[in-house]
Design a protein around this ligand. Sequence first.
Ligand code: AMP
Length: 180
Amino acid sequence: MFPQIFLVMGPPGTGKTTQAQTLAQNLGSPHLNTGDLLYYAAQGNDPAAQDIKKAMEKGEMVDEKITEQLVEKYLYEHENSEHIVVDGFPRTLEQAQMIKFPITKIFYLKVGDVTVKERLSKRERHDDTPELIEKRLKVYHEETEPILDFYRQKGILEEIDGDRTVEEVARDIEKKASSS
Ligand code: AMP
């Protein structure tokens, strides 16, 4: 039996990591955040680590191969879990097509660009400068949004109104996850 995989998607600054964490806690399942996974992988001195670091500092996507390998490794390490909650992946159609594990459901947090910029400007992350926020939003619209149709056509996309309180959004996701 494969784990049930739940993906939490949405533009940067929609609170997807917080929601993914809450869902994982409620399900008692592991939570993979690819931003964190890549951040740790960037700490080494090897060439791959340096490449990851450079991409992250510029607000660009990390190399497909490196990302896919790290994600696959994580999924196989947790293949005996009942569920796995993932956020930050996939971010491109290629990444969406390479996942070998079946995806149960995608929770897509819908939030407008204005709210995103407002929320991100309040965070204190080193890659949340106005220029990098613009860059990450642009990358999101160009490369990540096309994935939504891919999942919509498969009938597993759940659109969630992200312009509500953290608790309201969490309750909505929890309800929809338990009916899967
Ligand atoms: P996040 O915390 O999800 O905003 O991710 C922070 C940074 O990590 C991004 O700006 C990318 O440089 C990198 N990253 C995270 N997930 C991926 C992914 N699936 N593919 C490529 N790069 C990623």
